[in-house]
Design a protein around this ligand. Structure first.
Ligand SMILES: [Zn+2]
Length: 207
């Protein structure tokens, strides 16, 4: 399996640059990471996703200790600090860590919208069996960085209690369904929103 380089320098501002960091204890393999990228490119075919740079971290965070609803702490040792140090010039750092789930025993991956780049996606070992987990998290970040402000999903998810979750999609076959399904799809409307992310060189003044 082809491994990306250590070098995190990407030339094209219109590319979505990723840095993949494997933390100590994670059970992810190069083959799984390649599959996650393959599925992400399949779901977002109009987004140029070059081969990521690759890093490892000797720090050993456990997803099962992390509350997925809390923002990531800014401790010197934490995942975010290491991602900023290792991947300073990329749009998104994707960090694979050990633990089958996050603390809620349901969430397998979380995206964090931080003030500074890189944005952060944390993937637990639970994503190993979820082909579209990375495609889903990238969708969150692309929608969050829509040039005209945070974009809602075009077909927002209706929770069982009747409230609306604008970040997820209401079709259980869609990649943005709350738990990305097997054989997930994206819609043309979703792909059009994703294409106008500021991470792809669009500026907030673009029309
Ligand atoms: Zn989600």
């Amino acid at each position: 399996m082809k491994k990306g380089s250590e070098n995190c320098h990407f030339n094209e501002p219109a590319d979505l640059s990723l840095c993949v960091v494997t933390a100590k204890g994670s059970r992810v393999t190069d083959g799984i990471i390649a599959n996650h990228l393959f599925k992400a490119r399949e779901i977002w075919p109009n987004i140029p996703i070059p081969e990521p740079c690759r890093k490892t971290m000797s720090y050993e965070p456990n997803a099962e200790d992390i509350d997925p609803n809390e923002s990531i702490p800014n401790d010197k040792n934490d995942i975010r600090y290491i991602a900023m140090r290792e991947c300073p010039d990329v749009d998104i750092a994707v960090v694979y860590i050990k633990g089958q789930y996050f603390k809620d025993k349901n969430t397998i991956a979380v995206s964090y919208y931080t003030d500074e780049r890189p944005y952060l996606i944390v993937m637990s070992d639970g994503t190993i069996k979820s082909d579209y987990a990375l495609a889903h998290e990238l969708g969150h970040i692309l929608f969050h960085t829509f040039f005209a402000g945070i974009a809602n999903d075009p077909n927002p998810y209706k929770r069982p209690d009747g409230t609306i979750d604008y970040a997820h999609d209401n079709d259980s076959h869609n990649v943005m369904w709350p738990n990305a399904p097997l054989n997930a799809v994206s819609t043309k409307e979703q792909r059009e929103i994703a294409r106008f992310s500021t991470l792809l060189g669009n500026t907030s003044s673009d029309k």
